[in-house]
Design a protein around this ligand. Structure first.
Ligand code: PAJ
Length: 279
């Protein structure tokens, strides 16, 4: 059963009738990446709350808030198809009809995870992770999930949320989920539809480069750094960096788990990707 709720008052009432729940927060325009989170949630909980909300607070003034694809009807269909494969499941889709449902007027609270939020992606998109942490905190407060599912596709976001939950001692388990890719290797993203067929083809460079970095890390770290520096001569990389997968520190000399995080600019579209490497 799938139930669509668009008001916060209704959401609060609904939540009172459910005990243990999983939660998947999204901005909609669903693809297999989002659905993989829902499937995992449904395999662990009979009741799953699923939010679809294009959060204005996480977009910068010149970003794509207005043109971000909003496809609620189709999204609900996909959720229904998925829920149909889990007998006796219940999915509550919370899609607030107005941002005021989530952020009441004059609200001026911000959750900021210092350090992580202004590093790398946060440096390029000032205020972005504050917007993410603030909305996720607000959704956690409304929905009170036992487990919340996040894709490792947005690795720095996942670390920000994990840190927030730890700092505020929220009783919520954060489950990271593997990146779902198209067959050719491009990480799935709602923003991929901004790409022309030629750009999409050219974007395969990102996953190929990450695979190459992975291979090199396993053999020789010094050589990996040279390879990364050579690669970065292409000015379309916003960054391509090795970080400690736990602390996100750039000092990886002792790291067992390394995340290689990358953003490549394809025209006006920024494509995020990463790969996890253990040594
Ligand atoms: P959105 O981009 O819609 O992504 C929702 C969730 O789906 C995130 O946890 C994201 O990491 C995950 N996801 C996206 N593409 C994926 C892929 N190819 N494989 C696996 N998981 C993938 O991330 C957001 O929305 C927002 O910032 C949000 C957390 C909802 C706060 O507004």
């Amino acid at each position: 059963m799938v139930k669509l709720i668009t008001s916060t008052t209704e959401l609060r009432t609904e939540r009172q009738s459910d005990s243990k729940i999983g939660f998947v927060p999204t901005m909609g325009n669903l693809h297999q990446g989002h659905i993989s989170l829902l499937e995992r949630a449904l395999s662990e909980y009979q009741t799953v709350y699923f939010s679809i909300f294009v959060n204005p607070k996480q977009f910068g003034p010149n970003e794509d808030f207005n043109r971000y694809p909003r496809t609620l009807e189709n999204d609900v269909k996909l959720i229904e198809e998925t829920a149909g494969r889990f007998p006796n499941s219940k999915v509550v889709v919370y899609s607030p009809k107005d941002p005021k449902e989530v952020f009441p007027e004059n609200d001026n609270q911000t959750i900021s995870v210092h350090g992580l939020s202004t590093d790398l992606e946060g440096k390029i998109r000032p205020g972005h992770f504050d917007g993410v942490a603030t909305v996720v905190y607000r959704l956690f407060e409304l929905i009170k999930p036992d487990t919340a599912y996040f894709g490792l596709k947005d690795y720095q976001q996942y670390l920000v949320i994990r840190q927030m939950v730890k700092d505020l001692a929220l009783p919520i388990k954060i489950q990271g989920m593997p990146i779902i890719r198209e067959l050719a290797g491009l990480a799935m993203s709602s923003r991929n539809q901004y790409l022309s067929p030629e750009q999409k083809q050219a974007s395969l460079l990102i996953s190929r480069t990450l695979k190459e970095v992975e291979k090199k890390i396993k053999s020789n770290l010094a050589e990996t750094k040279t390879y990364i520096n050579e690669t970065l001569k292409d000015p379309n990389w916003d960054y391509l960096e090795m970080r400690d997968a736990e602390t996100f520190s750039p000092d990886i000399s002792q790291s067992k788990n390394i995340t290689v995080v990358a953003v490549y600019r394809m025209g006006t579209t920024r494509l995020l990707d990463n790969i996890q490497v253990s040594r």
